[in-house]
Design a protein. Sequence first.
Length: 93
Amino acid sequence: MNTKGNLIRSHRERKDWTQARLAYFMGVSPQAVGLWENGRRQMTDGHWGSACYLLKIPMNDALSVCTTNSEKRHVLVAYTVAFKELDNDDCRD
């Protein structure tokens, strides 16, 4: 079963990031990241959106594991921010 924890772990490892590095960028402890990845603790909706943004988890994958509208909103906000940055950084004349 695909879960938030599985998505975080697989995308973190693809980026060759440690739990400590992801934790640093998210403002949480490495232990929190480990607990999320192992499914022993639920993350906040805001942390889920941040993880999706930082790890560049594909939107369809991120939305597929959301169980509430609030989670979906945080994911969509993260992608809105990412698209604005792309527009500002990569699409200049």
